[in-house]
Design a protein around this ligand. Structure first.
Ligand SMILES: [Zn+2]
Length: 681
């Protein structure tokens, strides 16, 4: 499970009143908060704005002082991460890699292209890179290239003259290729939504979703089908029957997976014994594609508790699949931030204390909270489903049975969080806060409150609870398309529930004197977010993204069932005001008991009722008002990160003697380099 920052940005109040102009150029005016001695106090975070996306440089300050052996290990894992990057883009849409190739060639060979057309192609291409395809990662909707087909064709011809090459299918001309891809670039009605979990009555969640995890398959055809490779296959209807195209070294994505395996093998000699065992298990899974090998990899990965370097690489999160079964490919490479690991470890060490006090049916508490490993880490590279738009916290594995038996690992991405804190403009808090006191509280305690929420969400949230005895099938299988949102809601509710607990101060996780203010700031921010997050869904009247659904559900449920929140209007503007933190917490406890019951019992109807009532539908008039207020502030809706770049130094014997880190500060440069596109740019 990944904790997505984009749904939470609004909970964070950056200090100082900075606004970013239309150019997006904005110096980072705050002191770097990561505490590393090597961190410069002033440096650039926000690089540019592309529509409602911010582009931000990610820093990994601790890398340079790692031992060469660990740097070398990271170098090989970094290459493995880059080697699989195209898999996820292909999973997004069957045409996405071809589309990318066309626009990258133009961007890399811009001479002679009409300047206005070029600007639009650059805008579109940047959005495509940030979102790993032509769909907005928040709304799941397609964004368009705002040119005519003739303008694109002219740009292609100009770029050709400047040295660009355009790949076509056998026997196909460039014009025919552009004609084939045209509807994806220009037509809003062709494949409009990448993941559509609620397509409306009579419609099918698979055929209504444009992603490439399925081809020609509807839900009704899955009845009685024995799915052997749920997580790691594309399901295709061929000659009237269902075929699983397995992602493995000699299956679908063979070229990418072969390269990943080669780099993982090169990493093994530099890994600790436990990590080497996990890497071997991962390679075995990539070789066979078998679920039994995936389970062995999960177990080996969880067993590697103490390595200072780690990676996540594979088909992991299931948010893109409307069924919640098929894994999106992703890779992260990271090292432990020793300074920041203290707080999160403390939570993990006391997991049983929290488990014993979960406000739900004691039968659904874990008698023994096994092996939760929690680290604050700095990420060096993220690709696929986790980059350039990145989570801020991750808890894996997702396999409930393995979690219960072997435990799980949680990571908090501290350098990502620092980059957010240093690049997010404020002013949102004051626009949607009811009083100056609420604004001040948000600015003073918001960042710490958000960090605590993420840590608890991952460490004591996802890792908690158990299934009803004798239940057959995993909660994912039983609760289906509502599972991810339900599970995210469960983890959030646990964090909200324990935030006021005196135990946190006793453990030194937060200062006792500030706890009331921290709780109030977090409850207020969480409440405001239900209103403000609607700005991200600019079309339609439904929320699709799971974290957004869960947050909407929690607040709307509290509004319907407690007196903690008031809806008020002032000067024609709407506000959600948290008025009673005690009632808020009491409501959170009640809702959490119900959410856990639904998960433990696999109650799909209960989950559907909860989300249909509170989490999905909204009044477009309210959204339009929010959009207007937010647009007046010119704030980004989400952020794509430019990753650090590694460069190995090789000795005369061909051995790596050191690996240096640098910061490209340029999305276009990094993306063209990743794609291997050499340009005249
Ligand atoms: Zn989560």
């Amino acid at each position: 499970m990944a904790f997505r920052r984009f749904a939470l940005i609004l909970l964070v109040a950056a200090t100082g009143a900075r606004c970013s102009g239309p150019s997006g150029e904005q110096p980072a005016s705050r002191v770097a908060t990561n505490g590393a001695a090597t961190a410069p106090t002033e440096r650039k975070y926000l690089l540019e704005r592309v529509d409602d996306a911010a582009v931000v440089q990610l820093y990994a300050d601790g890398f340079s002082s790692l031992p060469v052996r660990e740097k070398t290990l990271i170098w090989h894992l970094y290459q493995a991460a880059l080697a699989g990057r195209d898999i996820y883009i292909d999973q997004k849409h069957r045409d996405a890699l071809e589309m990318r190739s066309v626009i990258e060639q133009i961007v890399a060979h811009p001479e002679g292209v009409d300047p206005a057309a070029l600007r639009e192609i650059q805008r579109y291409t940047k959005l495509f890179w940030i979102n790993n395809g032509p769909y907005n990662n928040l709304t799941a909707r397609k964004f368009l290239l705002m040119l005519t087909p003739q303008q694109l064709s002219a740009a292609v011809k100009a770029a050709s003259s400047a040295g660009a090459t355009f790949a076509t299918r056998p026997g196909e001309s460039v014009d025919q290729m552009l004609g084939r891809l045209g509807p994806m670039f220009f037509d809003a009605n062709v494949d409009p939504i990448v993941t559509n979990k609620t397509p409306g009555p009579g419609k099918d969640i698979l055929t209504a979703s444009a992603n490439n995890l399925y081809s020609g398959v509807a839900m009704s055809e899955l009845k009685g089908f024995n799915e052997r490779y749920g997580l790691n296959s594309r399901l295709v209807k061929k000659d009237g029957r269902l075929v699983e195209e397995v992602y493995k070294i000699d299956g679908r994505y063979a070229a990418q997976i072969g390269a990943i395996v080669k780099h993982l093998e090169a990493a093994i000699p530099f890994a600790s014994d436990t990590m080497a065992a996990a890497l071997r298990a991962l390679i075995q899974w990539y070789r066979t594609g078998e679920d039994a090998d995936r389970a062995k990899y999960d177990i080996a990965w969880v067993a590697d508790k103490n390595s200072p370097v780690d990676t996540i690489n594979g088909f992991i999160e299931v948010y893109m699949d409307a069924r919640g079964i098929k894994g999106s490919w992703e890779a992260l490479v990271f090292y432990v931030n020793q300074e920041k690991t203290g707080r999160i470890r403390t939570l993990a060490d006391n997991a049983q204390w929290f488990e014993d006090r979960m406000p739900w049916n004691p039968a659904y508490r874990k008698p023994k909270a096994t092996g939760i490993v929690a680290n604050a880490i700095d990420v060096v590279v993220e690709t696929g489903d986790s980059g350039p738009v990145t989570p801020v916290g991750i808890n894996l594995p997702n396999d409930q049975k393995i979690r219960e038996q072997y435990g799980s690992k949680s990571i908090s991405l501290t350098n990502v969080r620092d980059a957010y804190d240093n690049s997010t403009p404020s002013s949102m808090t004051s626009e949607f806060a009811w009083s100056p006191e609420e604004t001040a509280r948000g600015e003073k305690f918001g960042p710490l409150a958000a960090e605590l929420l993420t840590d608890m969400h991952e460490v004591i949230g996802h890792a908690s609870g158990r299934q009803k005895d004798g239940l057959s099938g995993t909660p994912q299988e039983l609760i289906k398309e509502y599972f991810s949102a339900l599970e995210e809601g469960r983890a959030d509710l646990i964090a909200l529930y324990f935030l006021p607990d005196p135990k946190l101060a006793e453990l030194g996780i937060l200062p006792a004197a500030d706890q009331d203010a921290i709780v109030r700031a977090e409850y207020e921010a969480y409440t405001r977010n239900a209103l403000v997050q609607l700005r991200r869904v600019r079309e339609g009247t439904q929320i699709e993204e799971d974290h957004m659904r869960n947050r909407q559900m929690v607040i709307r449920w509290l509004m319907a069932n407690t007196k903690a929140i008031e809806e008020r209007t002032r000067d024609g503007k709407r506000y959600l005001v948290m008025v009673d933190p005690v009632a808020f917490r009491e409501g959170v406890g009640r809702l959490l008991a119900e959410v856990q019951r639904i998960k433990s019992e696999g109650d799909a109807a209960g989950a559907a009722k909860l989300f249909d009532s509170y989490g999905i539908h909204f009044d477009p008039k309210v959204r339009d008002e929010v959009v207007k207020r937010v647009d007046a502030l010119n704030l980004p809706s989400y952020t794509g990160f430019v990753m650090p770049k590694l460069t190995p130094m090789v000795g005369v014997d061909g051995k790596i003697t050191d690996v240096t880190i640098s910061y490209p500060m340029d999305l276009t440069k990094q993306m063209l380099e990743y794609s291997g596109v050499a340009g005249s740019r």
